[in-house]
Design a protein around this ligand. Structure first.
Ligand SMILES: Nc1nc2c(ncn2[C@@H]2O[C@H](COP(=O)(O)OP(=O)(O)OP(=O)(O)O)[C@@H](O)[C@H]2O)c(=O)[nH]1
Ligand SMILES: [Mg+2]
Length: 437
């Protein structure tokens, strides 16, 4: 795996201190442990987090984000713990970053840089690599005067990895040229993917979305048997994975897994990953997977809603899945079910709740479907098989050499099958729309 290589490539994990800035009303101010997430992110980048501290501030210090006293304290702790890296859970302005590095004499990486860095070590496909490089180049364009300061950056160190590093030595013109090249290349790939997507014959796409580490890939695996990468780490998945999912009622649909979200995802990154999120944007139904055992569940749910809005996917039907139900105590189960009465508790590990999930999805498919009575010449095995795979057969019979069935299916698919049915001498009758559930 790419991420392992990067960690191994460094002699020893960089000793890092994470520092969170807590502002009134910020997500960090509501978090159970304000350091937990940034620690997870730093570790996902391969750091060895040796300490963490936070400061409550009414407003950000314009010069170096933190107050003078706090910076001194960070410096002392860093020295005592032999840290070589300070990870700040905040989006520093270029001058704040520079000043902080100057004051501390230690390399500083902010939240955006850290997330971009993780993405660059995780990207596997050509498209993901280009997308990350584009986001990094955009970010660097505003910080060309050597990222933060003159402090030496070892090759392969956190915050300086990925193809974007070479851009640091070049000037703005070259970066701009690179950005437009990357955009062009991405467009080509996107065009190809788009053609693949429309040629797909399945009528419905259901997409798994959710906070990073919520269990999206685990669910894809459990539901479809796909051999996808699952790991207890942030941003394990960066590329969209699509699998056929056959429901117990024999209908098939497309289930898509994609990159996880995190709060305050760098804006440029969301924009760069637009194509990857396309599967999500085109889905008929979103399954919002959350880790029901997470202490910061509310923050996670809100962050996912925010990203969905940002990519304009907030109009799509959405079903909340309370995953990792096996890890939730009896008391908490009651509380969660009261708070989220429409959510479905599931466990990708034990498989609990997945039958119910299939039922509910089946109901959604019915709601979107046409209700017909078709008569197919029984000798046409292929057409018959298509109906079985694509439609839901409510009732079937054989009459005078014809397969006569009451079925529900998507309007899109009906368009395709209707032609074939009439060409083969079959017939149909519209029974009506299926009743809503
Ligand atoms: N106990 C328990 N653990 C789970 C469950 N589902 C997933 N996990 C664990 O949670 C961790 C993350 O799972 P993934 O499926 O990789 O999560 P993801 O949402 O795809 O994460 P990213 O790709 O990083 O966004 C893994 O260690 C899984 O084994 C569950 O139902 N119960
Ligand atoms: Mg995943």
């Amino acid at each position: 795996m790419a991420q392992k290589q990067t960690i191994l490539a460094q002699e020893e994990a960089e000793r890092a201190i994470v520092v969170t800035l807590i502002l009134p009303g910020s997500a960090a101010s509501e978090a159970e442990d304000p350091l937990e997430e940034i620690r997870g992110l730093a570790e996902a980048a391969g750091a060895n987090v040796v300490d963490g501290l936070y400061q409550n501030l009414k407003k950000v210090n314009p010069r170096a984000a933190f107050g003078k006293g706090k910076i001194e304290e960070i410096g002392q702790i860093a020295k005592a713990k032999n840290a070589v890296l300070i990870v700040v859970d905040y989006d520093l302005s270029p001058s704040q970053g520079r000043n902080l590095e100057k004051d501390l004499g230690i390399r500083v990486v902010d939240r955006t840089e850290l997330i971009l860095d993780i993405f660059s070590t995780r990207a596997q496909t050509k498209q993901a690599k280009l997308q990350v490089e584009l986001a990094q180049s955009e970010y660097m364009k505003t910080r060309l005067t050597r990222m933060w300061t003159h402090l030496e950056r070892t090759e392969g160190a956190i915050g300086s990895r990925g193809p974007g590093e070479t851009q640091l030595e070049t000037d703005r013109r070259l970066v701009n040229k690179r950005i437009s090249d990357l955009r062009k290349k991405l467009k080509q790939i996107e065009g190809r993917r788009h053609r693949e997507a429309i040629s797909r014959e399945y009528p419905y796409t259901v997409s798994l979305v959710g906070y990073t580490n919520a269990g999206k890939s685990s669910l894809l695996r459990r539901l479809t048997g796909a051999d996808v990468f699952v790991a207890d780490q942030l941003f394990a998945t960066l590329d969209t994975r699509i699998r056929n999912w056959r429901l117990k009622d024999t209908r098939e649909l497309i289930l898509a897994d994609t990159v996880g979200f995190v709060r305050d995802l760098p804006h440029g990154l969301v924009a760069s990953f637009h194509a990857t999120l396309e599967e999500t944007l085109n889905a008929d139904l979103l399954l919002h997977v959350c880790d029901a055992s997470a202490a910061d569940l509310d923050i996670h749910i809100r962050a996912v809603d925010t990203v969905l809005k940002e990519v304009e996917a907030d109009g799509i039907s959405l079903l909340l899945l309370l995953n990792k139900w096996d890890r939730v105590s009896q008391d908490d189960r009651m509380i969660l079910l009261n708070r989220f009465p429409d959510a479905i508790p599931v466990s990708a590990h034990t498989g609990d709740g997945l039958d119910r999930l299939e039922e509910v999805i089946g109901q959604y498919l019915d709601d979107w479907s046409l209700h017909l009575e078709v008569s197919v010449p029984a000798s046409d095995g292929r057409l018959l098989a298509d109906f079985r795979r694509i439609s839901r057969v409510l009732h079937e019979d054989y009459e005078e050499g014809n397969w006569v069935a009451e079925v529900t299916l998507s309007p899109r698919h009906w368009n395709a099958l209707r032609h074939e049915l009439l060409a083969q001498g079959g017939d149909f009758k519209v029974v009506g729309a299926v009743e809503s559930h």
